[in-house]
Design a protein around this ligand. Structure first.
Ligand code: COA
Length: 563
């Protein structure tokens, strides 16, 4: 079929559907929502069999839905209506939810249902759930709906009359007043639910250190205690704040925008507060937690299971600042000195990595210098992975990855990703040439022609397409919560395989041969020579694109803009 994807942003779910529908040989076009005239022109020109809206903040005009079948993906089960479905489900503590694909009509979310799929809601942030459990359910329901439309024989179920069993509930937009945290009265669990329901957007508006801030992200602290609302400690850029029965870690803050003032953006909490932060102890979490230690939050963790080491890391939005890269490199060096034969990188949930931290760079006094510091710190990390020759390294890509984050994974000997992952192996959207030794690793995996195509077209790649083209080695078809345990089990089998020692020996020889053909340093220098120009030329598109990206200003983000 010819399918027109219509969305308010080419976001994770739109990218995944774009990739999955193309994999199924549908012809897929993308249209950014917001301008009704443009949409009418697009449907007149393309005459799609179906308009599919995975994420829409505006209504579809009547001239379009009355002439073309238009399906809306609603992140709630049948009967649920309203613009803050998922936020409310999380804030209410729901553990089971669903996604419904319904036909667009005059009344929002009231059209007949073409398909739906249930999903679980584990205690995770909204955007993480959206990119994972909700996205899996959305893809399942959408593909079923597309099949039903294609069959021409299916009659969608109206939300009333015979056969309709669900209660219809329209719930309003979740405003900041309803998200507000009462630090003196709300339990840790209630605070975490509020933070998760607003993570990563819009955050929970609050006052802190004499200013108004949106709080982003939240993790339970098992030990530290204090006066409710008081800041207790810092850890890896996050601040810890006391509740009546515990404390929570808040990794990121965004200053409230002043009326008429410039757009603000998220930063690690300690960076955002800067001089406003009172003196606090840095309660660093040990890289290797003790056996009887509680589940303390940390963004980098190491553990071992016999011959397999697991270096887990998880940074908000997958963004890796200079500090993140340096801390991860130190942890990697520790892990690579342990007596293991397989080292697994990543493997938690959600984003693997999205490359250098554009927000931290944007906030730096010298953005070019910070870009340079960040990319060289990233290169140091990737270089260390590439030159590990005494064990096998596996990149366990639980969620999406982009730009330098994909290239970090490609430095490993094997790349495993979850079936729902979407990869963006290119830098073009940020106007960058890229580094992270991609000129060595990408062609080595997919061949020179495919590497050129992937970086030029700048299209998202589904997990199965990535496996077909050799970008990844293995796809784990499992749910987001099962990915870590499944990867761990497979890593155990890999370490136990008699072939592994031979592979390690062969790997060392192959690296030495590659080094003789062209040293890794030469790849790095060539890439960085271009990046240096892009960073230190004030007029280079990178600076404007980065500024727009961090402030969420509209930029030509759809695939149409990329070819
Ligand atoms: N630096 C800082 N923040 C980043 C980031 C980066 N490199 N990459 C992603 N993020 C943040 C986004 O701002 C967003 O924040 P929010 O949740 O507060 O809105 C969040 O991570 C998720 O990203 P989003 O763009 O909403 O997800 P998506 O699925 O629609 O798109 C990408 C994913 C990776 C394609 C897109 O985020 C992107 O192009 N990132 C930049 C990649 C890059 O160029 N890196 C630098 C070169 S190495």
């Amino acid at each position: 079929m010819r399918i027109l994807l219509l969305a308010s942003a080419f976001n994770s779910l739109s990218q995944r559907l774009h990739a999955e529908l193309r994999d199924r040989r549908h012809t897929v076009d993308f249209q950014l929502a917001g301008d009704d005239d443009e949409l009418v022109d697009a449907v007149d020109r393309l005459r799609p069999d179906l308009v599919l809206a995975p994420m829409l903040r505006t209504a579809i005009p009547q001239d379009v839905w009355s002439e073309f079948t238009c399906l809306i993906v609603h992140p709630g089960p049948p009967g649920d209506r309203g613009p803050s479905s998922l936020d409310r489900a999380i804030q209410d503590g729901r553990t089971e939810w669903g996604v419904t694909v319904l036909q667009a009509e005059a009344e929002m979310d009231a059209g007949p249902v073409w398909a739906w799929a249930p999903c679980r809601l584990p205690a995770r942030g909204k955007s993480d759930l959206y990119r994972n459990e909700v996205s899996d359910a959305a893809v399942a329901a959408t593909l079923l709906a597309v099949e039903r439309v294609a069959s021409g024989a299916y009659v969608p179920q109206p939300q009333h009359g015979p056969g309709w069993r669900e209660a219809v509930r329209t719930r309003p937009f979740l405003r900041q007043q309803e998200r507000r945290i009462d630090w003196a009265g709300d339990s840790t669990e209630a605070v975490l639910r509020r933070l998760r329901a607003a993570d990563s957007q819009p955050g929970v508006l609050d006052t802190l250190c004499g200013g108004e801030w949106y709080l982003h992200g939240g993790h339970r602290e098992p030990v530290l205690r204090g006066r409710p609302g008081e800041l207790l400690a810092t850890r890896a850029g996050a601040v810890c704040r006391a509740t009546p029965d515990g404390a929570v870690w808040i990794p990121e803050l965004r200053r409230r925008r002043t009326p008429g003032g410039p757009a603000t953006f998220k930063l690690p909490a300690v960076t955002a507060l800067g001089a406003l932060l009172p003196p606090l102890p840095e309660a660093a979490a040990p890289l290797v937690p003790g056996e009887h230690e509680g589940p303390a939050w940390s963004d980098i963790r190491y553990r071992e299971d016999g011959p397999v080491g697991f270096l887990r890391f998880s940074f908000p939005g997958g963004a890796m600042s200079t500090d993140h890269c340096r801390r991860l490199l130190a942890a990697y060096r520790f892990a690579a000195a342990r007596p293991t034969s397989v080292l697994v990188l990543g493997g938690g949930r959600d984003f693997f990595s999205n490359g250098i931290h554009l927000n931290v760079i944007e906030a730096a006094p010298d953005q070019a210098a910070e870009s340079w510091a960040n990319i060289t710190a990233m290169d140091d990390l990737v270089g260390e992975v590439l030159t590990t020759t005494d064990r096998l390294v596996v990149a366990a890509v639980a969620g999406n990855a982009a730009a330098g984050g994909v290239m970090l994974a490609l430095a490993a000997d094997e790349v495993w990703c979850r079936g729902g992952s979407v990869l963006n192996p290119h830098y073009r959207l940020m106007g960058l040439y890229g580094s992270e030794y991609w000129t060595y690793t990408l062609p080595r995996r997919v061949g020179a022609a495919a590497a050129e195509r992937l970086t030029r077209q700048a299209l998202p790649v589904s997990a199965s397409a990535a496996e077909r083209t050799g970008l990844v080695d293995r796809v784990l078809d499992c749910g987001p919560e099962e990915f870590g345990p499944s990867a761990a089990r497979l890593a155990g089998l890999l370490a136990a395989s008699p072939a592994t020692q031979h592979r390690i020996t062969a790997k060392k020889a192959a690296r030495e041969a590659d080094e003789r053909a062209k040293p890794l340093d030469a790849y790095r220098e060539e890439e960085l020579a271009v990046m240096r120009r892009q960073f230190f030329t004030p007029e280079s598109p990178y600076h404007a694109l980065r500024s727009a990206f961090v402030r969420k200003c509209p930029a030509p983000a759809g695939p149409a803009a990329r070819t």
